[in-house]
Design a protein around this ligand. Sequence first.
Ligand code: SAM
Length: 280
Amino acid sequence: MSTIDSLPPLRDVIATHELSARKSLGQNFLLDLNLTAKIARQAGDLTGCDVLEIGPGPGGLTRGLLSEGARHVLAIEKDPRCLPALAEIAAAYPDRLTVMEGDALEIDPLEHLTPPIRVASNLPYNVGTELLVRWLTPPTWPPFWQSLTLMFQREVAERIVAKPGSKTYGRLALLSQWRADAQIVIQLPPEAFTPPPKVSSAVVHLTALSEPRFPADPAVLNRVVAAGFNQRRKMLRASLKGVAPNIEDRLIAAGIKPTERAEQVPLEAFCALAREVAKT
Ligand code: SAM
């Protein structure tokens, strides 16, 4: 049994607090503290950082983050049954863990966090992509976070890091890679979780770039990319017809063949196209 702190093993915590996993809350728990510490290490040097964790559950990753030296962890958990277990962790790490009960989609955590801030979570699958998109599309850049270290279903993780020409390349890849470095850092089989989910998982680590990789207006880039991938089998001259007048000329000016499909077009060319589309 792994020990990273003086707290009881997670199986005992779950039994003591009767934390039977609920599917509706996406509850697949990590009980191996060596594994949670390994995930915490992927988040980078945590000393001197505040860490935002969504969905701490019984607290396996929370304990990893604290034992790896996080200055402070703010954990937002929707399931009130988990709060007593989390209170025990807070007592073992005085003044270093704040737990908020509620829905991460509705809570603004920023007033409780002091930069530098990292995000590390074994996300509930039902809200994971929505949170990622929100974190990647703040009103101003750079965002509040330095890095995001997040567990996803493997298929979603692959969409985040996908390169042009692959089946998984699309809006999520472009959004993630435009203003961040993104890589898969750990792959996990279903058996790593209790209960095991139906699919494999992967941890993705994203580091915020200080500036976008290529210049473009975020709203225009989003419009171009959305139109291109909404009809991904069509040639761009057709799928982007409604985006701007003279779209073929603009595609050519951006160095893109009008007969290409969105899934072939690299990020740099999408940004060039967004700049052409922004011209009146
Ligand atoms: N971090 C724990 C671990 O690694 O064992 C639990 C991970 S489990 C996949 C997801 C957690 O997110 C559950 O504890 C669940 O109750 C919580 N959760 C689900 N939806 C949530 C939401 N909208 N806001 C905050 N927490 C949520």
